[in-house]
Design a protein around this ligand. Structure first.
Ligand SMILES: [Zn+2]
Length: 150
């Protein structure tokens, strides 16, 4: 018996991709966030990383912000040559105390969208060569709806 677990070897000759996706740590959305990005952007080749409550942390924690900016510059842009950075926010985020921390679903959505817009502005200032796209996901008739915020 081997001391390990064998997996298919990933395709190694592709070293560039067009985008990087920053999502919340939350395990509940890991698979669906990844699947959304694959379908929406039409590729399985993208950098994927997680920050708890990314839109909130990127504006409230300088270390998190500077670390992400440095990693995106040094790895995603310089090495992988991405053109687009995507930030995903989601409803019922534990970083905000979940949905119960808000008076209504409308107030909750408003807060997440406002924070995503601030995060986009801060990232655009540090990473002017990149297109920054922000999305908010929420339940909608037993589906998860991803809305792009402009
Ligand atoms: Zn979250």
């Amino acid at each position: 018996m081997k001391n390990g677990y064998e997996m298919p070897l990933p395709e190694m000759d592709v070293h560039h991709c067009n985008l990087a996706v920053v999502r919340c740590f939350d395990f509940r959305f890991r698979e669906v966030d990844q699947h959304f990005a694959e379908l929406f952007f039409g590729t399985k080749n993208f950098d994927l990383t997680g920050i708890p409550a990314p839109a909130k942390r990127l504006q409230s924690d300088q270390w998190v912000f500077q670390t992400l900016v440095a990693d995106v510059r040094n790895v995603c842009v310089s090495l992988h040559r991405i053109k687009t950075l995507v930030i995903l926010g989601h409803w019922d985020c534990g970083g905000y105390g979940g949905s119960e921390a808000f008076d209504s679903p409308e107030k909750e959505e408003e807060k997440y969208k406002a924070d995503l817009l601030v995060a986009k502005k801060l990232l655009t200032a540090e990473l002017p060569g990149l297109e920054i796209r922000i999305f908010y996901s929420k339940p909608d008739n037993k589906k998860l709806l991803y809305l792009e915020i402009k």
